[in-house]
Design a protein around this ligand. Structure first.
Ligand SMILES: [Mg+2]
Length: 230
């Protein structure tokens, strides 16, 4: 019986376009002004310093750091200081109401229903835990954070690595067969399944996919019914 559900965000609860067409361009647009305004606050200064270290140029100017950060955004690189700074910029954008976190209606409905039914819900996404919380705090459905017991990001390891799921299982203290992992990426589901977890593939666009060994669905509806039947 499923007692805990761990969900991915991008492509699963949330339209991939929200991240790539709303959040990333926003951080790109605001990076320069943000660094200028907050360069002396200790949290920001620390990230600037880390970026300079990665650039192997401890005296790089603020403009040069900004250019490097934007180059990392453009090449979709997950670099520590970039992710942290983006988190700060997104937090401002969410708080100002510049955008709301996108969540599919069916995902919201079912997360709510599962939570009410006593299932424990967790998030595992490559976005930082800070960014995950923001997206759900400022979702179009209001603050969804009360639905979740915990959040995991790549601090536990990469999403295609089997060991990451072992770490999550240990942290949440459920048996693998009591858990279900939801994702839109087969390689991530394969890694979860290697640990004995149940898996379901969200194929939002009903794309033709190579053969795989996961339950496949285009929405959250009916996922759990599948386990009750079997
Ligand atoms: Mg995904």
């Amino acid at each position: 019986m499923i007692k805990a559900i761990i969900t991915d965000i991008e492509g699963t609860t949330t339209d991939i376009d929200f991240v790539h067409k709303v959040l990333f361009p926003y951080s790109r647009r605001k990076m320069h002004a943000f660094l200028n305004e907050h360069q002396h606050s200790p949290e920001v200064a620390q990230e600037i310093k880390q970026a300079q270290q990665l650039m192997q140029n401890q005296t790089a100017s603020l403009d040069a750091v900004c250019e490097q950060l934007i180059a990392w955004i453009d090449s979709d690189q997950k670099i520590g200081p970039l992710k942290t700074l983006q988190g700060f910029i997104w937090a401002e954008g969410f708080a100002k109401g510049e955008y709301q976190g996108h969540v599919y209606q069916d995902a919201y409905d079912h997360l709510q229903k599962w939570h009410q039914a006593g299932l424990k819900l967790y998030v595992y996404s490559s976005g930082s835990v800070q960014a995950q919380r923001l997206l759900f705090q400022y979702s179009a459905f209001g603050d969804m954070r009360p639905l979740f017991q915990g959040y995991f990001d790549t601090q536990v390891g990469g999403k295609k690595e089997s060991a990451s799921y072992a770490t999550i299982l240990k942290a949440i203290q459920f048996k693998p067969e009591e858990t279900l992992f939801l994702s839109d990426v087969v390689a991530e589901l394969d890694a979860a399944k290697e640990n004995g977890m149940h898996t379901a593939l969200l194929n939002r666009n009903k794309a033709a996919l190579p053969k795989h060994y996961h339950i496949e669905t285009s929405s959250f509806g009916g996922i759990l019914a599948h386990f009750e039947r079997n």
